[in-house]
Design a protein around this ligand. Structure first.
Ligand code: NI
Length: 168
């Protein structure tokens, strides 16, 4: 397994729309291992393949305290089952250091495939719902900063660009 480099806003590669996963093979298994290792190393709770510059519809999540409840969603889709808006202070490994309030529908039904290509379905509310919606956004080239005002988004972009220049 390997820790992969995480792309950071405003990297244009984060705007790529990912393609469906079609091969459920050893390469996919290795990629999933790398995604978890990268996410745990960065102390995140979710990571989409897009964020490591792999443009496949695949994401990993672990909301547990002890990092022992890995969840994999391949080719995930969701429908809203309760559109009451819930607010959450979202952060993102691709927007390091920033947390902003985002409103999303409260409850969703998710359909996805597991590592063996088997279809499964689950209903999610609370943090899991928010997290899945946030990660699926990544697969569609969207970031949580897109929900903020242009002013706020530009301020974050400028600060991160300055950081990137410093570390380049
Ligand atoms: Ni994110």
């Amino acid at each position: 397994m390997a820790v992969l480099e995480i792309l950071e806003f405003p990297d244009p590669r984060l705007r790529t729309v990912a393609s469906p996963v079609t091969e459920f093979d050893d390469d996919l298994q290795a990629l999933i291992g790398d995604l978890f290792e990268t996410m745990y190393e960065a102390q995140g709770i979710g990571l989409a393949a897009t964020q490591v510059n792999v443009h496949k519809r695949l994401l990993v999540i672990d909301l547990s305290e002890n990092k022992d409840s890995p969840q994999v969603f391949i080719n995930p889709e969701f429908e809203v089952i309760d559109d009451e808006e819930t607010e959450y202070d979202e952060g993102c490994l691709s927007v390091p250091g920033y947390y902003e309030t985002v409103c999303r529908p409260k409850a969703i039904r998710v359909t996805a495939q597991n590592i063996n290509g088997e279809q499964f379905e689950l209903e999610a509310t609370g943090l899991l719902s928010t997290c899945i919606q946030h990660e699926i956004d990544h697969l569609n080239g969207k970031l949580f900063v897109d929900y903020l005002s242009t002013l706020k988004r530009n301020r974050i972009r400028q600060k991160l660009e300055k950081e990137h220049k410093k570390t380049a």
